[in-house]
Every structure is written in structure tokens, then in C-alpha cells.
Ligand binder design. Structure first.
Ligand code: HEC
Ligand code: HEC
Ligand code: HEC
Ligand code: HEC
Length: 372
């Protein structure tokens, strides 16, 4: 769940990523595709198909991959840099020339379109948007509540959002009427909702008819260390208070004071008038979304296309084609990079921060694109 936290870091990494070219071996003798074909028929087609298409989910398509990438992949298996029992056995038995021949053969095959039956998947963000439809009757359009006493969720910090929703589900926080909408949510549903709401723009509010924002400001001095200057939190586990519904702020603070909800801060010494002033102060502060922009698989894919895009060649780097690749294989390899089970400084950096749902959405996009 803390994957959500690192999304901005990921974007920064992608942007900052200095391209460290993985130096390729000096030019080798060219492979002979016809010779490769014979070995492939005997040794590889049982899994990779006669036409270079994996015969089962999880087996990569090799047809039309760049020759340099295929050569590197085979060399990596032989050297134990990539681990896969069957491939390690096979490459140990094949000499360098045979590996070049095999690479030449698979690179020469036309990639054929495969319909893998996985329809373009909605991204986590889009699924979050759909789930949020059932919350809108109370929490407002895109989480901007206009109902007194109901908190806004727009722009809220994602970890706080998840913890709060779990608290309702675990009965540690009183649901007050949310039972029906919240009860059926799975852990990943909650993640998706958190992602969706975190990147919605919270709208500013008018001052309430009670309380005095100017009197609330000095009273809030001790709150800013956690809730951020003017109530815009920069910590994913601490809620933003800026622009929050004032009735809700009053109730939440009173709930803490009465120990109905637990809080690090002692509210015992705050009078009702203090609490109303603080609520009025935070309600009129300019709110800001926790996540700047919705993270979509589409956007992420665009950043991957810098290297993996149609027709892209990166000098000095053996980059595999992903378009039309087997979806399960893509998911497996991205998880392998993320979980440090496959070596590649470059790809490790790229895939490290992503949640399983983001990995699946990106893999589905690439698998569904026409192969080059
Ligand atoms: C028992 C089934 C099986 C056989 C036989 C097999 N492969 Fe594979 N191959 C796989 C699987 C599964 C993977 C993915 C392994 C991984 O995750 O690294 C793979 C991966 C590869 C890759 C890396 C592809 C990529 O996109 O990174 C290459 C290249 C490859 N195989 C070539 C061959 C060649 C050449 C042969 C015959 C000499 C062969 N394979 C025989 C199952 C097989
Ligand atoms: C019937 C109205 C209603 C619906 C529908 C509803 N909520 Fe709520 N929600 C509330 C109220 C009222 C509160 C404040 C409860 C309290 O004081 O703890 C609240 C509080 C919350 C909070 C805590 C916010 C905070 O700042 O602590 C979260 C998170 C939340 N709701 C999520 C959801 C989600 C997700 C859905 C849709 C799946 C949803 N709610 C649907 C009325 C509703
Ligand atoms: C030590 C850090 C810290 C300080 C200081 C602090 N808070 Fe909090 N506050 C939190 C955390 C963490 C939560 C979430 C607690 C929870 O899950 O119920 C929270 C929750 C809240 C909420 C509920 C928000 C919501 O959306 O439900 C309100 C209201 C609040 N704080 C007001 C205040 C006020 C007013 C002050 C200053 C008098 C203050 N806090 C000081 C850390 C802090
Ligand atoms: C700077 C160039 C670059 C960028 C950007 C990049 N990659 Fe890669 N990618 C590579 C290289 C180089 C390899 C081959 C690494 C190896 O040999 O294991 C690779 C390998 C892969 C593989 C393994 C494919 C196979 O056939 O085994 C997948 C999957 C992948 N990348 C997905 C992605 C995704 C998703 C993104 C965006 C988050 C991305 N890449 C961004 C350079 C890049």
C-alpha cells in the first residue's frame, strides 16, 4: 500500500533518469537464420512455437525481437544473470555461434497479431473513478462535499484515506451511514479510491456562519507541524485540513477531545469556541491535492515508450520490444525487476515503485498493441 507514496518519486526518477547505456559486446560474427531454424525446431518450438509465438501464457514471444536483445538474453541465461532452469540448461549446451544463429532466426520472423482475450484494462485510477460514483451522493462530485457534516475527500492524503476507510471496515470508527457503500470494498478497491481522490482538485470554501478564522489561526500554531502550513499536509498518513467541511472539522475534533477517536494531540484544553475558530480557520485555507496529477497507465506507458515505443532505437542499448508481447510474461518480468529477481539497473529503477495493479495495466496496454 505504500506503493502509492512513491508514485511522485517514480515520476521524478523517470524524469531524472540519466540514460546509463548498457554497453553491448563488440560486434560478433553474424548469426545464420537457416541454421538457427533447425535448432529452434528441435529445442525451442515446444515452448516458443514454430512461428516464435509463446505457446502458453507466461512464455515470451520471440518473433521480431531485435537481434541484439535476443543475443543478450541468451548470453544472460548462460551466464546465470537471468535465471530460468530450462533456458540455463539449453544455453549451457549451445555454443556462441548456435546462440547467434537462434537469435538471427527469431529476429527474422514476422511478429503476428495475437488476440490474448484481455481487453484493454481500466487503469487503477479509472477503476477508482468508477468506484467513487457510489460515494458521490454524500461526498460530492469528485470528492468535493457540499453536504454539511460530510468531509471532502478530494485531494486527501492517500495513506490517511486508506487508514480511515479500513477503520470503518474494522469497526474502530463509527460508520454513520456509510455501511452499504463501504462494506463491499476490497483492499485494492480502497487503494484505487485513494489514488483517485488524492489527485482530485479540492475546491475552496466560504467561511462558515460560526467561528472566526482570524482567532483560529494562532490556536492552530501547534497543528501545522503535522497538518502542514495552512492545513495542506505533505505527509501521506496525515490528513489535510485546508478547505475541509467546517461542521466535520468541529465534529472530528470533538470526537478526539471526547476520546471517541484517538489522536496524538490533547484537545481537552480546547473549548468549543476554540474548536469552532480552528474549524473556521482551516475551512477557508486554500486546499491543494496530495497528488499533482492522476497517475494513469497511459502516462506511464508514454514514459516507457522513450525506449520501448514503436520504432524507437536507443543507441548502445539492447531494448526488447514490448508491443504485442505476452501479457503474463510482461507482468512476470516487471515484477522480477521490481522484486530484484532480474538484473537491470535501468529497469529496476523504472519498475521498482509500481503496484501490482499498475504493472498489470501497463502490461495489458503493451500486450494489446499491434506488434511491430
Ligand atoms: C520449457 C519451455 C522453454 C523452452 C524449451 C525454451 N524456452 Fe525460452 N523461455 C521460456 C520461458 C518460460 C521464458 C521466460 C523466462 C524468464 O522469465 O526469464 C523464456 C525466455 C526466453 C528468452 C528471453 C525473452 C525475452 O523477451 O527476454 C529467449 C531469448 C528465449 N527464451 C530463447 C529460447 C531459445 C533460443 C530456446 C531453444 C534453444 C528456448 N528459449 C527454449 C520457455 C522455454
Ligand atoms: C450516506 C452518506 C455517505 C456515503 C454514501 C459515503 N460516505 Fe463516507 N462519510 C460519510 C460521513 C457522514 C462521514 C463522516 C463520518 C465521521 O464523522 O467519522 C464520512 C467519512 C468518510 C471518510 C473519512 C474522511 C476523513 O477525513 O476522515 C472516508 C475515507 C470515507 N467517508 C470514504 C467513503 C467512501 C470511499 C465512500 C464510497 C464507497 C463513502 N465514504 C460513501 C458519509 C457517507
Ligand atoms: C503529532 C502530529 C499531529 C499534530 C500536532 C496534530 N495532528 Fe491532527 N491529525 C494527525 C494525524 C496522524 C491524524 C489522523 C488520525 C486518525 O487517523 O484519526 C490527525 C487527524 C486530525 C483531524 C481529523 C481529520 C479528518 O479528515 O478526519 C483533525 C480535525 C485534526 N487532526 C485536527 C488537529 C488540530 C486542530 C491540531 C492542532 C490543535 C492537530 N490536529 C494537531 C496528526 C497531528
Ligand atoms: C531508458 C530506456 C528504458 C526505459 C525508459 C524503460 N525501459 Fe524497459 N527495458 C530497457 C532495457 C535496456 C531492457 C532490457 C534489460 C535486460 O536485458 O534485462 C528493458 C526490459 C524491459 C522488459 C523485459 C522485456 C522482456 O522481453 O524480457 C519489460 C517488461 C520492460 N522493460 C518494461 C518497461 C516499462 C513498463 C517501462 C516504463 C515504466 C520501461 N520498461 C522503461 C530499457 C528501458
Amino acid at each position: 500500500m505504500n506503493k502509492l507514496l512513491v508514485i511522485p518519486t517514480a515520476i521524478a526518477l523517470l524524469a531524472a533518469c540519466s540514460q546509463e547505456p548498457q554497453t553491448l559486446e563488440p560486434p560478433k560474427a553474424a548469426g545464420n537464420a537457416e541454421a538457427g531454424k533447425l535448432i529452434a525446431e528441435a529445442e525451442c518450438s515446444g515452448c516458443h512455437g514454430a512461428d516464435g509465438h509463446g505457446v502458453a501464457p507466461g512464455i515470451p514471444h520471440l518473433a521480431g525481437q531485435p537481434v541484439a536483445y535476443l543475443e543478450k538474453a541468451l548470453a544472460d541465461y548462460e551466464a546465470g544473470i537471468r535465471t530460468h532452469a530450462a533456458l540455463q540448461d539449453l544455453t549451457a549446451r549451445l555454443d556462441d555461434q548456435q546462440q547467434l544463429d537462434l537469435a538471427a532466426w527469431y529476429a527474422s520472423l514476422p511478429p503476428t497479431t495475437v488476440t490474448d482475450g484481455h481487453h484493454l484494462q481500466l487503469t487503477s485510477y479509472e477503476q477508482g473513478e468508477q468506484l467513487a460514483a457510489t460515494c458521490a451522493s454524500c461526498h460530492g462530485e469528485r470528492g468535493n462535499s457540499v453536504m454539511a457534516g460530510v468531509p471532502s475527500l478530494a485531494g486527501q492524503q492517500p495513506l490517511y484515506f486508506m487508514a480511515a476507510t479500513q477503520a470503518y471496515l474494522h469497526g474502530t470508527r463509527d460508520m454513520s451511514g456509510m455501511e452499504e457503500t463501504v462494506r463491499g470494498l476490497s483492499k485494492t478497491d480502497i487503494e484505487k479510491l485513494a489514488l483517485f481522490y488524492a489527485s482530485q482538485t479540492p475546491l475552496p470554501r466560504e467561511a462558515p456562519t460560526y467561528g472566526d478564522p482570524a482567532a483560529g489561526q494562532p490556536l492552530s500554531a501547534s497543528c501545522g507541524g503535522c497538518h502542514g502550513a495552512s492545513g495542506v499536509s505533505h505527509d501521506a498518513a496525515t490528513p489535510s485540513l485546508a478547505g475541509q467541511d467546517p461542521d466535520y472539522l468541529v465534529k472530528a475534533t470533538q470526537d478526539y477531545r471526547g476520546h471517541v477517536r484517538q489522536h496524538e494531540v490533547m484537545f481537552g484544553e480546547k473549548t468549543d469556541a476554540d474548536i469552532r475558530n480552528i474549524a473556521a480557520y482551516y475551512a477557508v485555507q486554500a486546499p491543494r491535492a496530495a497528488e499533482d496529477e492522476p497517475m494513469s497507465a497511459e502516462k506511464l506507458t508514454r514514459s516507457c515508450d522513450r525506449c520501448h515505443g514503436p520504432g524507437v532505437e536507443v543507441a548502445g542499448m539492447a531494448v526488447p520490444r514490448l508491443n504485442g508481447q505476452d501479457r503474463d510474461y510482461l507482468i512476470m518480468s516487471l515484477r522480477a525487476y521490481r522484486d530484484d529477481k532480474r538484473e537491470s539497473t535501468m529497469m529496476h529503477k523504472m519498475s521498482l515503485p509500481y503496484s501490482d495493479s499498475m504493472i498489470e495495466a501497463v502490461a495489458t496496454r503493451y500486450a494489446n498493441r499491434p506488434p511491430e
